[in-house]
Ligand binder design. Structure first.
Ligand code: SF4
Length: 414
């Protein structure tokens, strides 16, 4: 039976060199049509691999150098501290190519930043089911604004290179998803690929290219851990990024890349990987962020619609008694907890002579307190709604009222 094809045989996996060769082909095919290139870089594993590989391929003449390359660093203020430090080191390295490479740090406006939006405006932390506002707000929208601004002074079009990665199957089915959970991919990259070209101020002026689309997570890890740090590939500070996302078990762990304590990830895998390294164990209080975000979503920390309109009639809409924003008490409680985490880490950092963290800056803290003092609520909320743990009649989507039996029992008992 030798030579028979088995239905159950594993397809041959692409080698690292084959993966790089395909990347070179895509950059040569599309890159040469654009004088100016940009790279959406977050400090995570996929965009770090993309940035260092593209620069290596240009420096070694495997891919022609564009007239200019702008590296847009998406600083969400939520990155894992060691990765934020590594990103700063990467950006410093870019100055070696200042005649054709420039970098731009892209951060959301103060009121739209993750913690200011949650604790100042009162919008609950995002979750997987109903409220995923974060990626667009802290990553995609600021990136769109920065690129639109850059395009104003740029002749011609821009080729925007993203680190979106879908594995080998993506090459076969030519599909790019918005998901940032597939194959442990980096949060935001799929959005850049799909949302940026259609954004106002940009539409028609950029093309996007994902030259690592076919890479598997083990290719990314090998590149960051062994290739990129080696002198012949540029000597980039990427080893820590590789370790944060799984070390030698990268393929099995497949850690999602994103914010510290991301409420949408099931576990803090990247943070756990970092905390295993003795020099970073003092960051352990960061483990308190994820449970805090989960706690904030509980009814006792939020307001809820009564299901009645201003005239006491049944309100319109399906979810008439939806839970909404965070109470002021919950916001202040959470701010205290984040500040305490920051203080604990920085006290240890001082003692150990290690880098401090900046979870909430003085400017952000002052703005959060201002917004609370000003009585700020998200659109559609007045702040006079009851707390969401208050017992009340249940109003179904069709307007049927189901009396609150517990409240009636209370009355009978009284
Ligand atoms: S990593 Fe998590 S919290 Fe951060 S933008 Fe992505 S989904 Fe939102």
């Amino acid at each position: 039976m030798s030579g028979a094809v088995s239905l159950f045989a594993e397809p041959t996996r692409m080698t690292m060199q084959e993966a790089i060769d395909l990347t070179v082909q895509s950059l040569r095919a599309y890159g040469e049509q654009h004088q100016h290139w940009g790279i959406a870089y977050s400090g995570g594993k996929d965009s770090s691999a993309t940035l260092t590989l593209v620069l290596h391929l240009i420096e070694t003449g495997q891919v022609p150098q564009p007239e200019s390359l702008t590296v847009y660093y998406a600083d969400t203020r939520q990155e894992l501290p060691p990765l934020a430090l590594a990103a700063q080191a990467m950006l410093s390295r870019l100055t070696e190519h200042s005649n054709w490479v420039r970098s731009a740090v892209v951060t959301a406006p103060l009121d739209k930043r993750f913690l200011v939006y949650i604790l100042g405006r009162g919008v609950p932390p995002p979750n997987n089911n109903t409220l995923r506002w974060c990626t667009r707000q802290i990553k995609v929208d600021p990136m769109t604004a920065a690129i639109a601004e850059h395009l104003k002074g740029l002749p011609g079009n821009l080729l925007m290179i993203t680190g979106v990665r879908q594995g080998e199957s993506a090459v076969r089915d030519r599909r790019i998803e918005m998901s940032c959970g597939k194959d442990g991919a980096e949060c935001g990259q799929g959005w850049y690929q799909q949302v940026l070209p259609e954004s106002p101020g940009i539409r028609g002026r950029i093309a996007t290219l994902a030259p690592l689309l076919h890479w598997r997570v083990c290719h990314v890890w090998d590149w960051l851990r062994f290739h990129a740090p080696a002198g012949e590939y540029g000597g980039w500070p990427t080893a820590l990024v590789a370790d944060a996302y799984g070390g030698e078990e990268a393929e099995e762990i497949n850690a999602r890349t994103g914010c510290t304590g991301c409420p949408l990830a099931s576990r803090d895998t990247a943070l756990d990987n970092i905390l295993r390294r003795p020099e970073w164990t003092y960051l352990a209080p960061l483990k308190g962020l994820k449970p805090l975000y989960q706690e904030l979503r509980l009814p006792q920390n939020r307001l809820k619609k009564t299901g009645l309109d201003g005239d006491g009639n049944i309100a319109r809409g399906k979810n008439k008694q939806r839970m909404g924003p965070l109470t002021f008490e919950a916001r202040l409680m959470a701010l205290d907890r984040v500040l305490a985490i920051q203080a604990e880490i920085n006290k240890a950092a001082k003692t150990l002579g290690r880098p401090e963290v900046d979870l909430v800056s003085a400017e952000e803290e002052a703005r959060i307190r201002d917004l609370i003092t000003l009585g700020t609520w998200p659109n559609g909320w007045e702040g006079d709604e009851p707390r969401a743990d208050k017992l009340m009649d249940h109003i179904l989507p069709d307007g049927t009222v189901m009396p609150n039996l517990l409240a009636e029992m209370d009355i009978q008992d009284a």
